[in-house]
Write a protein that binds this ligand. Structure first.
Ligand SMILES: CC(C)(COP(=O)(O)OP(=O)(O)OC[C@H]1O[C@@H](n2cnc3c(N)ncnc32)[C@H](O)[C@@H]1OP(=O)(O)O)[C@@H](O)C(=O)NCCC(=O)NCCS
Length: 191
């Protein structure tokens, strides 16, 4: 992790802070309606102005250490293929929420699993958090799989708390504690 530039390097991807020059890649990736099916904050249809506003907001929040949003960059093409954030960072209680999306053409290749593992390292390693959590629509199978593969535990199921597409949906709550992270990831690093 390069502290100045907020760069985290993985095997196939790099996480780095968003730049205004990412507008085109962001817009391209967010054109598919399936992208916003189970997300809460992505506008639809997605316009250039939405991307500019979002990048500026992310840079401001990053500067103030309120939220850490990273662009996911594919090493082979240097294109931005998605984003991942640590939101609602609560320094007093040492916890934060994780949120992410990936362009449709990049789904199913393990890129988000790799991204989540990188941001967990940042959250528990650099920010010294105690807990990282995620909230999602119960129907979001791919997202559930990503969290499970990374070692998150299902903590709760809130019944019918989200209204969308004319009906009520359940929300799932997943979480990971520092002790679980250490057991899972730091043990693996020891031969
Ligand atoms: C959720 C999302 C980030 C997953 O990214 P991804 O890079 O495709 O995830 P991964 O490839 O690391 O893992 C996804 C897993 O779900 C599986 N999967 C995807 N859709 C599935 C479905 N409908 N049924 C069963 N499994 C499914 C994949 O096969 C893969 O499992 P595998 O590793 O066992 O093969 C991506 O689908 C996305 O951006 N969705 C739209 C935005 C969104 O929902 N964000 C999350 C909000 S909580």
């Amino acid at each position: 992790m390069n502290r100045q530039k907020f760069v985290i390097e993985g095997e196939r991807i790099i996480l780095r802070k968003l730049k205004l020059s990412d507008v085109q890649d962001i817009c391209e990736n967010l054109q598919n309606k399936e992208m916003v099916k189970w997300t809460l904050n992505i506008p639809w249809p997605y316009k250039k102005q939405d991307a500019i506003k979002w990048i500026r907001k992310s840079q401001y929040r990053l500067k103030n250490k309120e939220e850490y949003t990273f662009g996911i960059i594919l090493k082979t093409t240097t294109k931005l293929i998605g984003s991942i954030s640590l939101m609602h960072v609560d320094y007093k209680n040492k916890n934060a929420e994780i949120g992410y999306w990936l362009g449709k053409k990049y789904w199913g290749q393990g890129f988000m699993t790799e991204s989540v593992k990188l941001i967990l390292k940042f959250a528990f390693g650099k920010l010294k958090l105690h807990r990282v959590y995620a909230n999602l629509f119960e129907e979001n199978i791919a997202s559930k799989k990503v969290l499970k593969k990374c070692g998150f535990r299902l903590e709760g199921r809130i019944r019918e708390c989200r209204f969308r597409y004319g009906k009520w949906h359940n929300e799932l709550k997943y979480g990971m504690l520092r002790s679980e992270y250490e057991k899972l990831y730091e043990k693996r690093a020891t031969p």
